[in-house]
Design a binder for this molecule. Structure first.
Ligand code: ATP
Ligand code: MG
Length: 285
């Protein structure tokens, strides 16, 4: 089975508002799929439908080969989730939180120590969750999602508001998971994260998917200029056609060792999405 998630014409209205509108996409086994979109686009709602916490009005959604309206305990055991609220017990210690989930998922207790070391929280294992920093809580919440060796992880903004070191650490853990064959569905406002991590991304805007593809291909698609921007060591900048016609001049510059930098003119993913949604991904109007 290649497709871990399938949705077809999925729609949902809440309080007379169209929250999701005709959503169709697939997520393949072993890929990191990024659902991007401004605040209020419907990303969290979509995760809730895919994980059986909410139901759509019309259309179809399938997870691990089963209609998401009919997920069984077996499928639930194969899902790991990290939601915005973290899903942790504030008064319990770091260690006890994971032991609690280990029990639910019938995972041996010694794997708790292993995972705590992996997320660098072993030293803090006796600390109550209420006393953890946001970055620590995020790591613990990710550890909880990893506890049951899920086939598919749903991560709702896993690095939101975290420092660059913690963000990188989380990226490493996600890349490791992909290596192991885990499928990851994540939402993010971080374009660097999407370009760096995701095999495919979809942009959700006001409940509709307005773009889908491999991040680099999306950027190329919107490169209407298709030029090369060359900065020379003397500070001059020159713009050339990105074609064979420019080859001689570029060769000359290279031979004369005059080039400081060469860039293509394709927009960043962030610029593409601002253009398509008219909004910053952080949700600013
Ligand atoms: N229970 C509900 N009843 C009515 N409207 C809701 C409900 N839950 C969510 N919404 C609305 O659905 C829309 C999508 O919300 P959702 O939380 O899915 O967005 P999001 O893309 O995850 O945003 P963010 O990036 O801020 O997390 C919003 O307009 C929100 O107000
Ligand atoms: Mg959300």
């Amino acid at each position: 089975m290649g497709d871990m998630i399938i949705t077809k014409n999925l729609s949902l209205k809440l309080a007379k508002h169209q929250i999701l509108d005709n959503i169709t996409f697939k997520v393949q086994r072993g890929e990191i799929f990024g659902m991007l979109g401004p605040s209020g686009a419907g990303k969290t709602t979509l995760i809730k439908i895919l994980t059986g916490q909410m139901q759509q009005d019309s259309g179809y959604a399938e997870l691990l080969g089963r209609d998401t309206k009919k997920l069984t305990a077996l499928e639930h055991k194969q899902i790991g989730t990290m939601m915005e609220s973290f899903g942790l017990y504030d008064r319990l210690s770091v260690y006890d939180n994971l032991c609690f989930y280990a029990e639910i998922y019938h995972v041996p207790r010694n794997s708790v120590d292993h995972i705590l070391k992996r997320i660098h929280l072993y030293e803090n294992r006796r600390t109550a969750v209420s006393k953890l920093s946001k970055g620590m809580k995020s790591r613990l919440s990710l550890a909880r999602a990893l506890m049951n060796h899920a086939k598919i992880l749903f991560l709702d903004e896993p690095t939101s508001g975290l420092d660059p070191v913690t963000t990188r650490e989380i990226h490493c853990i996600l890349a490791e998971q992909r290596e192991k064959g885990t499928t990851i569905f994540l939402t993010t406002h971080n374009m660097y994260e999407a370009e760096y991590l995701c095999d495919h991304v979809a942009l959700l805007n006001k409940g509709s998917i307005v773009e889908y593809g491999v991040p680099m291909n999306i950027c190329k698609k919107y490169d209407h200029l298709n030029k090369l921007r060359i900065t020379l060591k003397n500070g001059e900048m020159t713009i050339l056609e990105n074609s064979a016609a420019s080859a001689l001049l570029v060769k000359e510059y290279l031979e004369e060792n005059r080039i400081e930098a060469i860039h293509s003119t394709e927009p960043t993913l962030e610029n593409v999405f601002i253009k398509l949604t008219g909004k910053e991904l952080g949700g600013y109007e």
